[in-house]
Ligand binder design. Structure first.
Ligand code: FES
Length: 125
């Protein structure tokens, strides 16, 4: 059962170069580094634009009934393991909010926004 989905923007361009799309590299490296035993619990999905085009690489961590985080400024090569660790921490959290002290550096420095779960709005009277 999927516990977290990492949406990876594959459309961002580095320096406006149409041929330099680091999100595709990040996507491939995430798939390569994700251990086989986690392939049912961590989904890695390409998306075209998360609205943070000036901060590539950009991803979103999402799961049902949890806050969603949009994270940018990720290095397609150097931040792969920290991103996977971030996804694990996110999946293990109760509501998606990962304490600051428990966030890998790439997660700490790259947060663009967080969005509440839809259930939070439905729960209001
Ligand atoms: S093109 Fe990647 S966030 Fe817009």
């Amino acid at each position: 059962m999927t516990q977290v989905t990492i949406f990876v923007c594959t459309a961002c361009r580095l320096g406006g170069d149409v041929d330099n799309r680091p999100g595709q590299i990040l996507l491939e490296r995430l798939h390569a580094r994700l251990p086989p035993h986690e392939r049912e619990s961590v989904a890695i999905e390409p998306v075209e634009c998360l609205g943070v085009c000036k901060r590539p690489c950009t991803v979103a961590l999402a799961a049902e009934d949890k806050w969603t985080y949009v994270i940018g400024d990720l290095d397609a090569v150097g931040d792969v393991d920290e991103l996977l660790a971030s996804a694990r921490g996110f999946a293990a959290s109760e509501n998606g909010i990962v304490p600051w002290k428990d966030r890998p550096n790439a997660f700490r420095k790259g947060v663009v926004s967080r969005v509440p779960p839809l259930a939070a709005a439905k729960a209001r009277p």
